[in-house]
Design a protein around this ligand. Structure first.
Ligand code: MG
Length: 159
């Protein structure tokens, strides 16, 4: 029986004219996340945490943002790839905990849907997926609505 822990974080600039996708869920917002892929900061953080748990590099080493294949890519492609790489090595997700930092809108109405979407991709039940949200208290890039951030820890266990 062997456990491995991983950490991931991410930040994307908020700009007009882009969708805001978090945990695979489209958020109704006047500002969206800028980035090469769909810029889903939460999914990127969780993906990096999975790679990190197994010391498999990071999302940028597997899916470079210089590669046109990943322009506007659905970030769940990255997440499912990481889950698959871990599975190939005999590891399943034990649980995930995460926090999104976003000033507005309030994410509470979307949290359950994010947990459901992520649980499917992570191949676990949604009670093993925690998604929390907080604001930036009107300070720094998050508080000034210039960025969305996410942090995640993942525990993987050997099957
Ligand atoms: Mg990212």
């Amino acid at each position: 029986n062997m456990n491995r822990i991983g950490f991931g974080n991410d930040i994307h600039r908020l700009v007009p004219g882009r969708p805001l996708i978090l945990g695979g869920v489209a958020i109704d917002s006047d500002l969206g996340a800028d980035g090469h892929s769909d810029a889903d900061a939460l999914t990127h953080a969780i993906t990096d945490a999975i790679f990190g748990a197994l010391a498999l590099g990071d999302i940028g080493s597997h899916f470079p943002n210089s590669d046109e294949r990943w322009r506007d890519a659905e970030s769940f492609v990255f997440l499912r790839f990481a889950v698959g790489e871990a599975k190939r090595r005999g590891f399943a997700v034990a649980n995930v905990d995460s926090t999104i930092s976003l000033e507005a809108p309030k994410l509470r109405p979307y949290i359950e849907q994010m947990r459901e979407c992520l649980a499917v991709a992570l191949e676990v039940t949604h009670d093993r997926v925690s998604v929390k949200a907080k604001t930036g208290e009107a300070v720094d890039a998050v508080g000034e609505r210039r960025a969305v951030k996410a942090e995640a820890v993942v525990l993987k266990k050997k099957k």
